[in-house]
Design a protein around this ligand. Structure first.
Ligand code: SF4
Length: 331
């Protein structure tokens, strides 16, 4: 992290709720890989956030944390260029969250759009908890404790950043100017449909995982939803409504013209089209899978990277927390 002081600071986290998937790869992770060259980046595995929705069944959490770390590193996150750490290794996040919870009005949390939509998405889970409602307060603590300049977000996350700014303003208003307001780094993430045509999401169980080996990729791609109006190969297709074609647009850009024209003219069957896509994905993932295999063999190396990251992050987090505690009259 050379010239870190000259660079603006970016903060972003990812939840270890199950395995990361191709939607995460092309949405968040590939963006992080670019950001680490341009900014002073703090990336964290948001295990405390994961508990807000998996608190009733955390048996896989430890493995998922390791899996996410391996996926990130295999996909190009470089601990020499950024600080990578696990959220719960820094109690400062939790402590600042508690301090912020003193000043955050409950209606601010209830009106966050993702609060209701997430409850809807995770129907069947009891999310009527204090921790789930307070999720954005923890997020504000994650961001403000590093006094981050920018937070990379998609459109749906903008209200969370606005809430973070509101919490910073309210805190500063009471106790003095401690926390700068972060800006959003709005990114147009390509969205990837899942195997069933809905948004790719762990909650819908419709993902292709970064760690899925080639035979699993082939099997999953073979089940993907295509143009529903195309019953036989002789029927002319509509690639614009086909999930398989959406994947070509992201992973096989040079093939999109030929796939579209052959589909429209009924010169290409869906089975062959899916087989070709599976191979495109296998080739795309090959270098990531190779690195994954190396990292998986040396788990101690992963722990060390996360511990080193936590030590670097702590230097800044502890300082900010101290400032906040002093300002609030605790010390
Ligand atoms: S040929 Fe390919 S793009 Fe066309 S409907 Fe079938 S799977 Fe989709």
């Amino acid at each position: 992290m050379q010239n870190a002081k000259l660079k603006k600071r970016v903060l972003s986290g990812i939840q270890p709720t199950g395995k990361l998937h191709l939607g995460n790869l092309i949405g968040a992770i590939e963006n992080w890989v670019k950001l680490q060259d341009k900014y002073e980046c703090f990336f964290f595995i948001a295990d405390l956030h994961a508990l807000t929705s998996t608190y009733d069944d955390p048996k896989n959490l430890k493995d998922d944390i390791q899996g996410v770390a391996i996926d990130l590193l295999a996909s190009g996150i470089d601990p020499k260029k950024c600080v990578l750490f696990k959220q719960s290794d820094l109690m400062e996040h939790a402590e600042l969250h508690l301090l912020f919870s003193m000043v955050t009005p409950v209606p601010w949390l209830e009106r966050v759009p993702t609060y209701k939509s997430k409850i809807e998405e995770l129907k069947g889970k009891d999310l009527g908890t204090y921790g789930f409602l307070g999720y954005p307060v923890l997020q504000a603590a994650d961001i403000l404790i590093y006094k981050a300049d920018f937070v990379p977000v998609g459109q749906d996350q903008l209200p969370h950043i606005e809430l973070t700014r509101e919490i910073a303003r309210r805190f500063n208003n009471f106790y003095g100017n401690i926390f700068p307001e972060p800006k959003d780094l709005l990114t147009q993430f390509p969205t990837l449909p899942g195997l069933d045509g809905r948004k790719m999401s762990k909650s819908y169980n419709n993902t292709i995982a970064i760690s899925d080996p080639p035979d699993v990729i082939k099997k999953k791609v073979s089940t993907m939803i295509t143009d529903p109006a195309r019953i036989k190969k002789e029927d002319k297709g509509h690639p614009e409504v086909c999930s398989v074609y959406d994947f070509y647009k992201v992973f096989g850009k040079d093939l999109t013209d030929v796939v579209a024209s052959e589909c429209k003219e009924a010169k290409r069957g869906c089975v062959a089209c899916k087989k070709q896509l599976a191979q495109v994905l296998i080739d795309y993932m090959a270098p990531i899978h190779k690195k994954r295999a190396q990292l998986t063999e040396d788990r101690g190396q992963i722990d060390k990277i996360l511990q080193d990251g936590a030590a670097k992050a702590k230097k800044i987090a502890a300082k900010s927390l101290l400032e906040a505690k002093k300002a609030m009259g605790l010390i």
